[in-house]
Design a protein around this ligand. Structure first.
Ligand code: HEM
Ligand code: CU
Length: 593
């Protein structure tokens, strides 16, 4: 072991072992000399290459969130009838850019950072083939820019799903394909790093739960990207004139194999971050490693089948196929999320009781670190994802109930509950851990950081609920003018529908303010935050046992969870009530009441 000029320890990789198949013989790279530092807060060994790549991916993620989030605000202000900001062609252009920038570019750049963190950092390992990882990053950046250019040039306003026969410019699809290839390289680096860590024995026993959850995400990502390639490459060739025709139904079936699975990547990633945050901030260990791992495994087994819920209104697909896939298979994937929805707060309760907050049913929750933005982001994400995204997803995914809200603005209402109030908020929360631990910068403007998750969370929950409300009243999604001013046959929505769209606009402004504060705090911290030196006390401290809980296998022993049981009961009561209210709405559609 020697020291480099920067004073960091240089650790030579172990000698290349003859004919052993290692991750790097497969990729063909030579094992690098990795440069490590030891984190003063967690004791984890941090590979400099992994650190650099996590920073790059996180920064790219935040830039695309900023662009895409502003586009979201413009869309919401256009759908606010009293404001009606953009003209029609710009509305569809900006809506297309919004979907791509937030749901693909923000989320997937962040996920690649999560993969590198959950492999190299949590396992004390060097990252496999950093040069390839940088190649993947460059491909993703180039792809994301190409797609954005195509959108902004016009003539590619095909919206997020890009269903044929609508056609975008060739570089719209090519950009998406390049981006996906880059992300696939990121997944390969993750798998290879797991192999390296195992070979070089950088950890003991089984991988920690957070790494296991990230592994679930990466496995699903491979399936997702393969489906994406199968559908987007022919569509790209079609836009070049090399293929005469794409069958719309076939397109939808294969596209949703990608579109839905990618949401399950998001869920796996954000659930992993829930566990990570709970571990680092209150020292929470999983209630049961086996149960939580089985729940992740359910995602891998059942999610592809559940993607049938996007095809419930398609003619040409058989009703029993739809019902089996959405009303049986989907519930098995939902079961996975419900298990996490119980075990994450349960793990927090168990840890907090160990921490001494043992009075009554809820002292553990009242005395939780609500002033720590990572905790606030994580817990709000948990609640909103379950109550808003989860319940509405099951309702919307029920074959019979789907006809009530199909293609109404209820649909974006539901998925802003999952991907915005759920995934995005969880990623924002985790960023407040990444800034001090990976960027080694103290968070600038801690007071703003403290309120940020609440502002964004309330805004995101609001837009989700009000879009769902408007959708229940019949307002269409992706619709520029709900007054139908130029329609030959007059039609008027109820005053309630207009009210809902106005409230949606107001909460969009709140969410946007939360989003802007997030971007300012992150960018400010990255460039101007105080550099963290040895012995520095963090503004937002970690729990003393946090790193151990996050990076080692092990469950709670005999936890008592009265508070969690009450919370779960409230959840199920809401769930059942809301589910059956929708059956009642459905019954009211029959004329002979
Ligand atoms: C300030 C935050 C945000 C606001 C105000 C906002 C608002 C909206 C609105 C009003 C729509 C259009 C609904 C319609 O007319 O059909 C929409 C669509 C959409 N949003 Fe957001 N959104 C925000 C953040 C996000 C984030 C963070 C994500 C993903 C992680 C996201 C993903 C999407 C997607 C995928 C669509 C559908 C695009 C399409 O139909 O092609 N949004 N958003
Ligand atoms: Cu889906």
């Amino acid at each position: 072991m020697s020291r480099s000029r920067s004073g960091r320890k240089l650790i030579n990789a172990p000698p290349w072992e003859g004919n052993l198949m290692t991750a790097e013989t497969i990729i063909g790279a030579v094992p690098a000399r990795a440069e490590f530092r030891t984190c003063q807060y967690t004791g984890l060994k941090v590979d400099a290459a992994a650190q650099g790549l996590i920073k790059a991916n996180a920064v790219a993620a935040v830039i695309f969130l900023a662009v895409g989030g502003l586009m979201g605000l413009l869309v919401a202000l256009t759908r606010w009838p009293a404001v009606h900001l953009l003209p029609a062609d710009w509305f569809y252009l900006i809506l297309t850019g919004h979907g791509a920038n937030v749901l693909l570019f923000w989320i997937i750049f962040f996920e690649i950072a999560v993969l590198y963190f959950a492999s190299a950092i949590l396992l004390n390992s060097r990252l496999a083939a950093p040069k390839f990882a940088w190649l993947g990053f460059v491909l993703m950046v180039v792809g994301a820019i190409a797609t954005n250019v195509a959108v902004l040039q016009g003539d590619s306003s095909v919206m997020f799903t890009s269903y044929p026969p609508m056609m975008a410019k060739p570089h719209f699809y090519l950009g998406l394909v390049l981006f996906a290839v880059g992300a696939l390289i990121g997944c390969a680096i993750f798998f290879a790093t797991l192999v390296i860590a195992k070979e070089e024995k950088t950890y003991e026993g089984s991988v920690p739960l957070v790494t296991f959850g990230a592994l679930t995400a990466a496995i699903i990502a491979v399936f997702t990207i393969a489906s994406g390639a199968i559908i987007l490459v022919p569509t790209w060739l079609w836009s070049l004139g090399l293929i005469s025709d794409i069958d719309p139904l076939m397109y939808k079936v294969v596209w949703w194999a990608m579109g839905h699975s990618s949401q399950q990547i998001n869920v796996s990633a954000h659930v992993s971050l829930w566990y990570l945050t709970a571990a680092l901030l209150v020292g929470a260990k999983p209630l049961s490693e086996k149960v939580s791992r089985t729940a992740f495994f359910l995602y891998i087994l059942f999610l592809q089948l559940a993607s049938a819920h996007h095809l419930l209104a398609e003619p040409g697909l058989d009703a029993s196929w739809k019902i089996v896939n959405t009303s049986y298979m989907m519930y098995l994937a939902v079961l996975g999320s419900m298990v996490h929805g119980l075990t994450v707060p349960g793990a927090i309760e168990a840890a907090q009781r160990r921490n001494g907050f043992n009075r009554g049913a809820f002292e553990w929750l009242r005395k939780a670190p609500w002033g720590h933005p990572a905790f606030a982001g994580m817990f709000l994400s948990l609640v909103f994802f379950g109550f808003i995204g989860g319940i509405s997803g099951v309702v919307l995914g029920t074959e019979q109930l789907n006809v009530l809200m199909h293609n109404t603005i209820y649909v974006p209402g539901h998925f802003h509950g999952t991907v915005v109030a759920g995934t995005t908020l969880a990623f924002m929360g985790a960023t407040y851990l990444v800034l001090p631990l990976v960027f080694e910068r103290e968070i600038l403007w801690p007071k703003l950081a403290k309120i940020q998750p609440y502002l964004f969370g309330i805004g995101a929950a609001g837009i989700s609920l009000f879009m769902m409300g408007a959708g229940t009243l019949g307002v269409a999604r992706r619709h520029w003018d709900i007054t139908f001013s130029d329609a030959p046959i007059a039609f008027a929505h109820s005053a309630g529908a207009f009210l809902m769209m106005g409230l949606n606009g107001i909460f969009a402004i709140i969410a946007a303010i939360g989003g802007i504060i997030f971007v300012l705090v992150v960018v400010g911290t990255v460039f101007f935050g105080e550099k963290i030196k040895r012995g520095h006390k963090l503004t937002f401290p970690l729990h003393a046992g946090g790193a151990e809980a996050a990076s080692h296998y092990g469950s709670e022993v005999h936890p008592k969870l009265p508070g969690t049981i009450i919370l779960i009961t409230i959840f199920f009561v809401c769930f059942i009530l809301y589910y059956f209210i929708n059956w009642k709405y459905l019954s009211e559609l029959w004329l002979f009441r």
